[in-house]
Design a binder for this molecule. Sequence first.
Ligand code: FE2
Ligand code: FE2
Length: 254
Amino acid sequence: MIPFRKTPRFISPAEAPQSEHERMALPQPIANFHVDGYHDPEPAMTARMHQEGSVFMMGQNPALPVMPDKPTLLDFFHYRFCDIAFRHLLQSAKSALDAGQSETVIVACLLHDIACGALLRVDHGYWGAQMLAPYVSEEITWAVKYHQALRYFADDSVGFKYPDAYDKFFGPGYAIPEYLHQAHREARNHKWYMTSRLVTLHDVYSFRDDVHVDPEIFTDMIGRHFRQPEEGLGFDNSPVAHMWRSMIWPNNFL
Ligand SMILES: [Fe+2]
Ligand SMILES: [Fe+2]
């Protein structure tokens, strides 16, 4: 348990719906591709369903913390984000706060990797921007989308270099895909370029596992910049509500 995370509450297996049967969580199909072929766990699980009365996971997974009925942004930080995302987003925002950046930049830092928290990592800037669009300003959405591409491109004017970490993550010969070159070119000429660039600046220094930031210090700022829906994220019928529900119930069979 890392500091400042709220203590999670779990339901007991006995409280789970269909508790008289095992509830089986099917991995996402893409996880079953291997170099030696597609290892499909579904036939064996379906056999268990027929033979033993096991059912597939729907609703609250006992392995995950219970979410409030009307989840707020910070509830997702506390109860869904992995520890690295929790620490990293808060450290990024605190770094921007300490540097005297605008609230737009600070909130963009707080949210920039939100897709990696519990939804998915691939193209995380794009997914994150979509998840956020109904709730934050266009400028914050834009900054989150483009930070993904900007991380790959140096900007000497602010002292940003290609991250050493990327040489380690992807190998020194990694070729940046064309769509990110294109996004970088688009961003360079945009009026909000520097908002997204500042996100990358405070991003790069924010991967320490010994620095802990209390999310509550951002409560007022979130209130000013994030339109929290009354019904709770996931239940407000917004065009992206399904993305937030997918974090609440990530193991639903359908
Ligand atoms: Fe990122
Ligand atoms: Fe980041």
